[in-house]
Each structure stands twice: as structure tokens, then as C-alpha cells.
Ligand binder design. Sequence first.
Ligand SMILES: [Zn+2]
Length: 175
Amino acid sequence: MSAQVPVKTHFREVQEELDRSGRAIFRDKDGNESLVIRFPYSIQYIHSYAEDSPFFLGLADGKLKGSRCTKKGCRFAYATPRGHCMVCGSATEWVDLPLSGKVHSWTTCHFGSEAFLKETPYNLAMVEFEGFGSLLLVRLKDAIEPELYVGMPVEARFNPDPKYLVTDVWFVPKR
Ligand SMILES: [Zn+2]
């Protein structure tokens, strides 16, 4: 490709070049080259959380909200809240999740959407909680790949300046 566009082989270098000149070529490990550009983009979006609202309000209060089936004899508990039970179809009720759990699985992301570019590479983990039958997908900070393992105890951290977004919560290794 054009010699006038700097070629970078790491995504973080691409981001730095975009900060400098607004253009870069990303060359992957197989030699494939992609032109990457930066341009202004702005949108104001009005979004109602509707029945999911308690989850996001909970994050602002330092709480993780899951849900539990209301049917006697089922009572299945969801770490990712659901309005209705996937086992029996009954309505659920909101419950507080423990603020610590264990890593069920994880992955390290070397590419990220716009919201995560500054922290790329970053970890995503499926966290399991005592007494809950489903998992919660969250970012796992303050740990790099060689330190991570299945079963690792982790605990929640909350944005002290809540934005009412899923990024208001993340997990860190429990020390
Ligand atoms: Zn149920």
C-alpha cells in the first residue's frame, strides 16, 4: 500500500498514529494490510432501559442485580437478569448478586469497539456466583493473561462517577 501512510503491526501503535495523523495501515501477522482512518463522528442517543432500569440504577449504588424465578419448586437464579425464567417461563424478581465470584472462562481482546479502544487489550470474563445458575459477562481488569485461570476469585468494582452503562462495573482479582 501507499508508503505515505505509516504501517503499524500492533493495534496500540495504530491508535497512537491515528491520534497523530488520523491514518495508519495495520499489518497483521499474516502480512494483510488494512487502511485505518479517524474522522469525527457524533450522535446523541436517547435510550430507555425500561424494565432493565433496576440493573443500571443498582450499579450506581454499588450493587449487582440478578434475578430469581418466583415459582416455588423452580427458583432458578440468573446472574444476568431476565424478566422471565428460561426453565419454566414464570416471572422473575430482582435479587442482589454477591460482589465476588469466580472466573468461569475468559478471553483477552486485542481489538475493541470505540468504547474500549483506550484499554485494548482487555479481558472479558464469564463470572460465576455462588447460588446462581447463569454467568455474568464483565471486563476483568488489573490482571494479564498469564495470571488468569479458571476458578480465579474475583470481585466487583464500580465506577464512582456512574454513567448508567454496563461499563459502570468491572471485576478485579480478589486479593
Ligand atoms: Zn423458573
